[in-house]
Design a protein around this ligand. Structure first.
Ligand SMILES: [Zn+2]
Length: 185
C-alpha cells in the first residue's frame, strides 16, 4: 500500500496533469485560431495576379505558396515567383498548428497512458515494462502521427508518399528514443 507521502505526491501530479492538459488545449487552439484568422488575407495574396517581368502577360503558377520558376506563355522568359510573406508564413507554420490541434487529444491520451504506466510500476517496485505495454504505446504514437500527417497534408498539399515518409520517420525516431533501450523490446 502507498503511504501518506505517496498519496500526497499523486494528488499533486494529478493537479499538474489537469493543468497541463488545460494549458495544452488552450495553447494549441489559440495557435490554430491565429492561422485560421490569417487565411482570408493569405487567400487574397494568393489570388492576386502576377505578371511576366519581361512582357507583362499574366502568369499562372500551379503552386502559389512556394517559390516557383514559371515560363511565360507569351514570351517564354523565365520568371521566379516568390510568394508574399504572409503566404510563406501561413504555409510554413500553419500546417503544423492545424495538425497539432487536430491530433492533440491523442497526444494527451498518450501522456495519460504513460503516467498510468509509471504509477503502476512505481507501486510494484519498478519492474521492466512488458512488451504488450510497449506495443500499445507504439500503436498510440503511430495513431498520433498518422492523424497529424493527414491534417498537415490537407493544408500543405504534399503528396501521400511524402506524408507517409514523414510518419515513418517520426515512428522511427520514437522507437530509437523510447523503445530501443527497453529490455522487453
Ligand atoms: Zn512574358
Amino acid at each position: 500500500m502507498p503511504d501518506f507521502d505517496d498519496v500526497g505526491i499523486e494528488k499533486m501530479e494529478e493537479v499538474q496533469h489537469f493543468l497541463s492538459e488545460r494549458w495544452e488545449r488552450f495553447r494549441c487552439g489559440w495557435e490554430a485560431h491565429i492561422f485560421r484568422t490569417l487565411w482570408p488575407h493569405v487567400k487574397a495574396a494568393m489570388d492576386r495576379p502576377t505578371s511576366c517581368s519581361q512582357c507583362g502577360a499574366r502568369l499562372s503558377p500551379e503552386v502559389c505558396h512556394r517559390s516557383v520558376n514559371v515560363n511565360c506563355d507569351s514570351c517564354g522568359s523565365l520568371n521566379t515567383i516568390i510568394p508574399d510573406t504572409i503566404v510563406g508564413t501561413y504555409f510554413s507554420s500553419g500546417p503544423h498548428h492545424f495538425a497539432q490541434e487536430a491530433a492533440l487529444e491523442r497526444r494527451l491520451a498518450i501522456d495519460r497512458y504513460r503516467h498510468e504506466v509509471d504509477l503502476e510500476r512505481r507501486y510494484r517496485g519498478w519492474p521492466t515494462e512488458s512488451r504488450a505495454s510497449l506495443e500499445k504505446w507504439e500503436a498510440m504514437e503511430e495513431g498520433y502521427w498518422r492523424e497529424y500527417a493527414a491534417v498537415r497534408r490537407q493544408v500543405n498539399g504534399e503528396s501521400e508518399d511524402s506524408a507517409e515518409a514523414f510518419v515513418q520517420s517520426r515512428i522511427q525516431a520514437f522507437r530509437e528514443r523510447h523503445l530501443a533501450a527497453e529490455p522487453n523490446w
